[in-house]
Design a protein around this ligand. Structure first.
Ligand code: 5RP
Length: 219
């Protein structure tokens, strides 16, 4: 089974968490794109939809959904999103698609965060995937110097501007043995907008698709 089929299967399995009257948060990325394709099949169960990126908003609108802002919608029942890496404790690296800031806001505003991945994303320790950090453009070099002091190697995602008008540093060489502590530490660097570690607010449910089906893990 190829990765696309697995992503589709994980997305399909997440539909059961959309119950009648759901205020739904929708993430960003290729796995979520599979979800957006499937959402019309549960349209009648969805009360409100909020999106984590301009890209997902466009796809949702193409499917006939009216996308609300979080300010309009209030708290969400369920947030469904993919990840770049997850541990068994459901700590995540996110931001490969650059939408980490709005993703973190929606995850924080949701009662339940359902993360959908294929089995290549499950890791023993986070950090093989470079950690995305969204930074204010004027602070990019300063933040990079602070990261170098931590023996990490920040790489500017050149030419990429986030939906919030900021830059992304993809940070290599981090040994993420304590994700909560590292998330807090990186968040304290002035100029950091969002760290792509989702450890303080991990996923609640991880749906992992493999050749043998979709397995559910809970935090
Ligand atoms: C976007 C994200 C995505 O969830 C993450 O990059 C996974 O993407 P994909 O489903 O395409 O593998 O965090 O900012």
């Amino acid at each position: 089974m190829d990765a696309t089929e697995k992503k589709h299967n994980a997305a399909k399995a997440s539909l059961e968490f959309i119950q009648p009257g759901t205020a739904l948060g929708v993430g960003t990325g290729s796995t979520v794109n599979c979800l957006i394709e499937l959402l019309p099949t549960v349209r009648e169960r969805i009360d409100k939809v909020v999106s984590s990126s301009k890209a997902s908003t466009k796809l949702l609108e193409d499917q006939g959904f009216e996308v609300m802002t979080l300010n309009e919608a209030g708290d969400l029942d369920v947030y469904i999103d993919g990840a770049d890496e997850s541990t068994k404790r459901l700590h995540l690296i996110k931001g490969g698609g650059g939408a980490l800031t709005r993703e973190k806001v929606l995850a924080g505003a949701s009662r339940r965060f359902v993360c959908i991945v294929d089995d290549s994303k499950l890791v023993g320790m986070l950090g093989t995937f470079p950690l995305p950090i969204e930074v204010l453009p004027m602070a990019q070099e300063f933040v990079s110097r602070q990261l170098l002091k931590l023996r990490a190697q920040p790489v500017w995602r050149e030419g990429f501007i986030t939906d919030n008008g900021n830059h992304i540093l993809d940070v290599q060489g981090l040994q993420i043995t304590n994700p909560v502590e590292l998330e807090d530490r990186l968040n304290r660097i002035p100029g950091v907008v969002t760290v792509g570690l989702f450890a303080r607010r991990p996923a609640d449910i991880l749906l992992i698709a493999s050749d043998s089906g979709v397995r559910e893990m809970r935090a």
